[in-house]
Write a protein that binds this ligand. Structure first.
Ligand code: ADE
Length: 266
């Protein structure tokens, strides 16, 4: 997978050379390149933003600089959108990724929430291009324009809070996506039973390791019993009750046909 990131703080992404993503790069599984948006400016101040049209506080990132950068990275020639063209305003969806098409992703606190399902879908792409907004965000015509050019453009929020820019959000999405790529994890089994994973996603049950007793606290006896059926049932019950307490929305989304009788009693 090829990953391009555009930011006014490309140094922020130097940490991606560490840890598992660093190893995945060394193995040739993924290439990550961070670009400085200011390299596509032409003025002496290398400005990337301007005041909002219609008034308001803060600054908005300019479409001209972004388009020169994105045209270069996507290999597109500049075009003019016809005045009567239908410009699709849709934001991120969970449509299937066509691996042969690049996916352009903008983190945005006003967009749909980025989920494990999105991460799974995006892990099948060959080329991801992330654009990090700053200040009050980016001109709304940028995603519109690239959608009109046939690019798969998605906008995601990583949570109901506002960050200073898209860099942290891109790091979060990047880690969630790349760890799902075949060959990325040393032990692929570790991603199979995680929270938010699978058709009937629940929060994951609690985990324990040895010793069986630590500072007066004991691991639940059933986990020491060696009875795999009982262990599975205990973990499943815990996942169900934890999810119903903390995330009733996930319980509402469960497919009841996939539940067994024992599940329904909890
Ligand atoms: N940029 C600023 N805040 C953000 C958020 N919560 N998610 C994605 N991008 C952002």
């Amino acid at each position: 997978m090829k990953i391009d990131i555009v930011s006014v703080f490309p140094e922020y992404f130097e940490v991606l050379n560490l840890s598992l993503l660093g190893k995945a790069q060394a193995k040739g599984l993924v290439t990550v390149q961070a670009h400085n948006l200011r390299d596509w400016t032409h003025d002496v101040h290398h400005s990337v933003d301007d005041t909002p049209v219609g008034g308001g506080a803060g600054m908005v990132m300019k479409p001209e600089v972004w388009s020169e950068c994105l045209d270069d990275l996507l290999g597109l020639a500049p075009a003019i959108i016809a005045a009567d063209a239908a410009v699709d305003d849709a934001v991120a969806d969970d449509a299937a990724v066509d691996p042969s098409r690049p996916v352009l992703i903008f983190p945005n606190p006003s967009a749909p929430l980025f989920t494990q399902q999105d991460a799974t879908e995006l892990s099948h792409a060959d080329h991801l291009l992330f654009g990090c907004g700053r200040y009050e965000g980016y001109d709304a015509r940028i995603p519109q324009y690239y959608r009109a050019q046939g690019v798969d453009v998605r906008e995601y929020s990583i949570g109901d809070y506002v960050l200073n820019g898209g860099e942290v959000a891109v790091s979060v999405m990047l880690e969630a996506i790349t760890r799902l790529m075949p060959g990325f994890m040393g032990n692929p089994a570790s991603i199979v039973e995680e929270s938010y994973t699978g058709g009937n996603a629940l929060l994951e049950h609690r985990q324990y390791t040895k010793p069986a007793e630590w500072r007066g606290l004991r691991v639940p006896d059933v986990l020491l019993s060696g009875d795999h059926g009982k262990v599975d049932r205990f973990r499943r019950d815990e996942a169900l009750s934890k999810t119903s307490g903390l995330r009733p929305d996930l319980i509402e989304g469960l497919d009841c046909t996939q539940l067994d009788k024992a599940d329904r009693k909890t």
